[in-house]
Design a protein around this ligand. Structure first.
Ligand code: HEC
Length: 165
């Protein structure tokens, strides 16, 4: 939304500066004082600045803010903390191939759907236990120790937060 607005404003600014530049380049009306070299320089500099800010700064700003937004956005507009953001990345690498989880756009079908498992109410300890020990209760194989330590905790934390949303 804001990105679109900024873009529209940016193009308006470019358009305006071009129009102004075009108007200025016409012959000055008879009798008026010719522009000094100084004012012409100032105009050129000003326009160059506008073009630079709009052409480079604005796209950069949008890129940066977009990237952050997407990384931190869980499902259903949940904001993720640093641990959960790491967990989200690790989930994509280690778990998404086998599990469905809307928060990660994961659609794996080897293991249970984590959004509907236990009604979507998963506790971090439960997920952590599955990661540590693996599962083989007849519904397929999940290897033990896919992740360890802080990584395992981050993923458990993340899954518990977004599952069922
Ligand atoms: C190779 C496929 C595969 C991968 C990779 C995988 N899982 Fe699983 N997962 C399974 C299967 C299959 C089951 C069900 C096994 C059973 O119950 O027999 C399962 C079960 C689970 C369960 C439910 C445990 C229970 O007691 O009901 C959770 C939670 C889970 N996985 C989380 C994860 C997380 C988190 C990751 C990433 C670290 C992951 N899985 C990676 C296949 C996988």
């Amino acid at each position: 939304m804001i990105g679109t607005l900024v873009f529209v404003l940016a193009f308006l600014a470019i358009g305006l500066s071009v129009v102004l530049a075009a108007m200025r380049s016409g012959r000055p009306p008879a009798g008026s004082r010719p522009e000094t070299r100084g004012t012409r320089r100032a105009w050129g500099l000003g326009i160059a600045l506008v073009v630079l800010v709009v052409g480079v700064g604005v796209p950069l700003l949008i890129l940066v803010s977009n990237g952050e937004d997407h990384a931190k956005q869980g499902a259903g507009g949940v904001d993720l903390n640093a641990s959960q953001t790491t967990g989200r990345q690790l989930f994509a690498e280690k778990c998404a191939t086998c599990h469905t989880l809307a928060g990660s756009n994961a659609v794996g079908r080897v293991g249970p759907n984590l959004d509907t498992l236990n009604g979507g109410d998963l506790k971090p300890a439960f997920v952590l236990d599955a990661i540590e020990h693996g599962r083989a209760r007849g519904a397929g194989q999940m290897p033990a120790g896919l992740l360890y330590g802080a990584d395992a905790k981050d993923v458990a934390n993340y899954v518990a937060t977004v599952a069922g949303r």
